[in-house]
Unconditional design. Structure first.
Length: 131
C-alpha cells in the first residue's frame, strides 16, 4: 500500500527553493484561478509550495482554507506526479470558488501538469541521448 503522508520532504521550504522554480519554469499549467509552475528536481518525489497573496484572498481564513485544499489534493496525487518542484499560485477569483469547483480545477491542473512534466522529461532525455 502506498504512503499518503505529507511531510517536510514534500514541501518547498526556503526562499531559494521557491526562487529556483520562479526563475525559469519549463512546465506550466494554468486556469483562470490557479497557475502551477514546475521544474525538475534531483529527488525521487515531487515537492510543492503554495502562494496566495493578501491581494487575492483578504482573510487569513480563506487563504488557509485554499492552501489546505491544495495540499490535501497534492497529498493524494503525489504518487502520480513525476519528481518536480511545483509552485501553485492563486489568482483573482480563487476565493469565490466553491470547494467542489476548486477540487475539479485542481484535478484538471494535476492531470495537465503531470502530462506536461512527462513530456518535458522524455524530450530532455531524447535530446541528451541523441548527442
Amino acid at each position: 500500500m502506498k504512503q499518503f503522508s505529507y511531510g517536510r520532504e514534500l514541501r518547498l521550504l526556503t526562499p531559494a527553493q521557491f526562487q529556483q522554480v520562479f526563475n525559469h519554469p519549463p512546465v506550466k499549467a494554468v486556469t483562470a484561478e490557479l497557475t502551477m509552475l514546475a521544474v525538475p528536481n534531483q529527488l525521487d518525489h515531487p515537492r510543492i509550495g503554495v502562494t496566495i497573496s493578501k491581494k487575492r484572498a483578504k482573510r487569513a481564513v480563506d487563504r488557509n482554507r485554499i492552501k489546505r485544499k491544495i495540499r490535501e489534493n497534492f497529498r493524494l496525487k503525489q504518487h502520480k506526479i513525476p519528481p518536480f518542484d511545483i509552485i501553485v499560485i492563486a489568482k483573482s477569483g480563487i476565493v469565490d470558488l466553491e470547494s467542489d469547483v476548486l477540487q475539479q480545477r485542481l484535478d484538471y491542473l494535476w492531470r495537465t501538469l503531470t502530462k506536461r512534466c512527462v513530456q518535458f522529461l522524455s524530450a530532455a532525455s531524447d535530446s541528451t541521448s541523441g548527442s
